[in-house]
Design a protein around this ligand. Sequence first.
Ligand SMILES: [Zn+2]
Length: 333
Amino acid sequence: MKPRVELRDDGPVATPSDTDRVLLERCAWCEAEFDPHAPRRRGRVLCRRCGAYTTSPWPDEATLEAAYGGAYRPTDGRFSGPGDRLLALTRSRLAARIDGIAPPGGVLDVGAGPGTLVRALRRRGRPALGLERTDVAPATGGAEPAVPEPSLSGPSVIDARLGDVRGTMAAVVFWHSLEHLPRPLAALRQAVALLGPGGVVAIAVPNAASLQARVFGDEWLHLDLPRHLTHVPATTLIESLERLDLQVERVSYWRGGQVLIGWLHGLVRALPGHPSLYDALRRPDARWQQMSSLRRGGILLTAVLLAPVAAVMSLVELAMRRGGSVYVEARND
Ligand SMILES: [Zn+2]
């Protein structure tokens, strides 16, 4: 997921500097000024006004370029074995859900990755279009190309800014993309402005108030620094949507996905040598650090042994409604 759906309206939040990693003076979520005693954790600072963490220091272009480089999204898919097929299956379930709740019209997927959800929507006869930055640095100069309307054919994903999208959408989806955007609330405002009557936003983000976030702290898988720029509790997201005059219709800790892997990765990581299950599950060219097949086998075996513990902890946090990620649907009146 690329971070830069460039936002056009000028606001108080600093954008990443070209030269230096910067300390943000304002919360990237609610844009309130940090007080001098704002609690800091490794790589992030807490806004006491809204409860969200902002990544700190704020990554510059070069840092993001490196963080999103080849290994993050190689052309052949990210995961070994059934992982990528599982992703396709979950996207087609999400497509069915969105198609079922949205009024007639097009769907915009912001941070669409390779376009799996867009293609799944089109297969259902739902016009759709995905936005994804293919370069971290925004293009400079030249006229902005017109953004096509969501359709059943043509390119499924285009490199364009949310602010350049015109027209009326039946739904706007942010599937684990909002946390990558430098100004997530501005993006939500733009999304709401695109919604027609009864239109829906569907959002999945890691839940910074989850039990797994609490247990694993700085080692929590879904912190994903520096790619994730904000770390938002579910309640903060819901309050923000209500403040945008949307009706929150569904909050689910199941549908957001990524709960079990968050536990399993954290449990394996706590062992001596801090092995990375997430890396072991990825294809060799998609790993952050190379590992021998013996070590990889050891990590995977450990994960199998710890899977029952991770499954129980997943059920516990879901029952507490403190799941590792949260999925929210909210409707425009
Ligand atoms: Zn805030």
